[in-house]
Design a protein around this ligand. Structure first.
Ligand code: SAM
Length: 227
């Protein structure tokens, strides 16, 4: 399958069954046990990023690109903390939901700004580029191109999270829980941390902070790398 095919599948998924599923997981309504576990795991990743950035004490001076922003789970609290957030996602449904959630908090405000955009088509320069839990949708050979592109947008820092290859067996067993039923068409890809670090380093970035979030059904390695 080529890159365009992978993207079309991911985009269609997040505009249909994936949208319904992930909007619920990334919400606060009732969900099943597996979804609740994933919700809690994902929230831990989001909280870690916010804690790192708040600890630096300069959030209000930062421009942040949230690539693959989903329903705004990270963009919204970052904007609440004073950062200027440029959020985008390949799925117009996810962006529509993110806009609604932001409007219910900020009213008519352009921060965060939301765009429907494939991250490969993003341009501009941002102090920090963040891409959480997106690489799981792309095979290793596509991930390195995507990471390199995100690096080219980042003046100082890039923050990425991905499902690490180390947990392959346990994760593979659970893939049915990630993408149940018809939506199994969307595969989950694992990435070796060493491969990701290599791409970051080839683009001039060094890992400064790192954290692993692991619940029963959610696995995510979080890396912060700076120039
Ligand atoms: N980053 C968000 C978060 O952590 O809350 C959302 C994570 S969700 C599992 C993955 C998101 O990546 C979906 O909203 C999907 O539409 C988006 N996505 C997948 N491929 C993308 C691409 N090539 N460019 C932009 N967004 C993409």
């Amino acid at each position: 399958m080529n890159v365009a095919d992978d993207k079309t599948i991911v985009k269609d998924y997040f505009n249909s069954t994936g949208f319904d599923r992930w909007k619920r997981i990334y919400g606060d309504g009732e969900v099943n046990k597996v979804q609740l576990d994933i919700r809690n795991g994902h929230q831990q990743t989001v909280d870690k990023v916010i804690n790192w950035l708040q600890a630096d004490g300069n959030l209000a001076q930062l421009s942040i690109c949230d690539a693959g922003c989903g329903v705004g789970s990270l963009s919204i609290p970052l904007a609440e903390s004073g950062a200027k957030v440029y959020a985008s996602d390949i799925s117009e449904m996810m962006v529509g939901e993110a806009k609604e959630r932001a409007a219910s908090i900020f009213g008519n405000n352009d921060n965060p700004s939301f765009d429907v955009q494939d991250l490969a088509a993003l341009s501009g320069k941002y102090h920090t580029v963040i891409c959480l839990d997106v690489l799981i949708h792309y095979p290793v050979n596509e991930a390195s191109t995507m990471i390199s592109h995100l690096c080219s947008l980042a003046e100082s820092r890039i923050i990425l999270s991905f499902a690490p290859k180390t947990f392959a067996l346990s994760l593979l067993k659970k893939i049915g829980s990630f993408f149940p039923g018809a939506s199994k068409a969307t595969r989950a890809y694992l990435h070796r941390e060493a491969d990701v670090v290599k791409v970051l380093s080839a683009n001039g970035f060094t890992v400064k902070r790192s954290s692993m979030t692991k619940t029963r059904f959610y696995f995510s390695r979080l890396l912060e790398a700076t120039r």
